[in-house]
Ligand binder design. Structure first.
Ligand SMILES: [Cu+2]
Length: 488
């Protein structure tokens, strides 16, 4: 079988390097495509298992200004489908990994020890950090090595996530389990009285396909890997017991390629309070929410007037059959709700297009020649090529053009951006906050504006480059990725 790296190498896209076979992390088979089976031959429970809440990671040491966390990346075997065992890659052996909770402006170091059988890099998605700590795809952490990533958290509170970002195999290794939440808060956000404590959860939605023996099936589908079973926090179709109160639910689409359209089957609306980059200026009432891979929505679901005993399904109206429902909220008890949703959340400083010194054009298309499936500006990713050198202290407008027939969720590392327009029209209120991942519609254009305030890289050191790529992970792994270095 031709590996991805061999394939790209044959196209002259990348420098020779170690060949990695597909799903090399899966010990003793598993992951083989075409074995058939899938969920149909497994007894996948629906609304029978409780929602799993990943543990909050505790620092191993702290000073007045800094916390140190330690995570061990491991091959592990876990029970996802009852009665079967699934080989995964997990942060601390679990998927999703433990949740890291921090405050803005407090420095954090996360020491990742790679005890897996594959090399990894770890990217903090939505994080604004020194370029060398961004988890560049070829800044490898080899098996047995430890790497400390330092995050200043000099950014607004938001729902972030850390995940694998290894060259050519990000799709494999995230699919295998390498993803976890990283939540930033501050006193201002806590002062609002939003639902918190047991009225606040973070959920990651992921689709996976399981073979009859419970092993994960990953085919590296070039259009984007789609699973037939929906997991929420690693559990198939869980239920979550609530009381007659409001709940804050941070939702991450952690799927490799699938977008979801979220809706509640009792017809209730979500009250969206935040997006990728944190709180919106004001809440937005939404009857359904389309969420692309890597996007986050922060919503409040109001159960205060829902009768005890009700069961409310979180649906995916974009799905069919086994992908048409996600989880269920069971209203189990009556309780007083002390939480509030303020009508004013966090004001957003609007970036002025007139202040932009540079406007860059980025064309996302298919078939750049030579058989490379996905390209940006006609070129496949090349780790030795840097396509932009924005100057620190300046504002730029980036125009993201989609010349294909499918949506690409484009993610830009380093900074948060504001959407100027989508196909020439101003963004909807829910997309008008700070964002790092943009749904660029088929044949369409999204214009975004951002300011490069700090974290200058080294033009001669590509591990200080930040990435821009499609967050359909198989598109990213098949070269729909570029890089930029912030310079003086
Ligand atoms: Cu794409």
């Amino acid at each position: 079988m031709t590996t991805r790296r061999d394939f790209l190498k044959s196209m002259g896209a990348i420098a020779p390097a170690i060949a990695l076979s597909r799903t090399s992390w899966a010990m003793g088979g598993g992951g083989g495509g075409g074995a058939g089976g899938g969920a149909a031959s497994l007894n996948v429970p629906v609304f029978e298992l409780p929602l799993y809440i990943p543990p909050v990671l505790q620092p191993t040491s702290s000073t007045a200004t800094r916390d140190v966390y330690e995570i061990t990346q491991q091959n592990a075997t876990v029970e996802i489908i009852p009665g079967t065992q699934t080989a995964i890659l997990g942060y601390n052996g679990m998927t999703p990994g433990p949740t890291i909770m921090v405050d803005s402006n407090r420095e954090v170091a996360v020491r990742h020890t790679n005890n897996t059988n594959v090399r990894t890099t770890t990217h903090l998605h939505g994080g604004h950090m020194r370029a060398g700590d961004d988890g560049h795809p070829v800044d490898y952490v080899n098996p047995g090595e430890t790497r400390e990533y330092v995050y200043s958290n000099k950014q607004l509170p938001a729902t972030l996530w850390y995940h694998d970002h290894t060259m050519d195999v990000t799709g494999d290794q995230v699919y295998a389990g390498l993803a976890g939440f990283y939540l930033i808060s501050d006193d201002y956000e806590r002062s609002f009285g939003l639902p918190s404590g047991d009225q606040e959860i973070a959920i990651v939605i992921q689709d996976r396909t399981f073979a009859a023996d419970g092993s994960l099936v990953y085919n590296d589908t070039i259009m984007g890997e789609l699973g037939d079973t929906i997991l929420v926090n690693g559990v198939p179709y869980p239920y979550f017991e609530v009381s007659t109160r409001k709940y804050r639910v941070r939702i991450l689409n952690g799927s490799n390629a699938r977008s979801y359209t979220l809706a509640l089957n009792n017809g209730a609306s979500f009250i969206q309070i935040g997006s990728d980059g944190g709180l919106l200026p004001a809440p937005v009432v939404r009857s359904s929410i389309n969420i692309a891979p890597a996007e986050r929505v922060d919503v409040v679901i109001d159960f205060t007037n829902v009768p005890v005993g009700s069961q409310i399904v979180l649906q995916n109206t974009a799905g069919t059959g086994s992908t048409s429902q996600i989880m269920r909220f069971d209203v189990a008890t009556a309780a007083d709700d002390g939480s509030v949703i303020p009508q004013v959340l966090r004001p957003i400083e609007r970036l002025d297009p007139a202040a932009a010194v540079t406007t860059r054009q980025w064309v996302f298309s298919a078939g750049g020649g030579g058989g490379t499936p996905w390209v940006i500006n006609g070129l496949p990713y090349d780790e030795n090529r840097v396509d932009a050198f924005p100057k620190v202290g300046t504002t730029e407008i980036w125009e993201l053009h989609n010349r294909t027939g499918m949506m690409h969720p484009v993610h830009i590392h380093d900074i948060m951006w504001q959407v100027l327009d989508v196909n020439g029209r101003p963004p909807a209120p829910e997309d008008a906050g700070w964002k790092d991942t943009f749904k660029v519609p088929p044949g369409g254009t999204v214009r975004v504006i951002g300011r490069f305030d700090d974290y200058v890289g080294d033009p001669n050191d590509i591990t200080t480059a930040y990435m821009m790529h499609c967050h359909i992970l198989e598109h990213e792994d098949h070269a729909m990725m570029t890089q930029f270095i912030v310079v003086d």
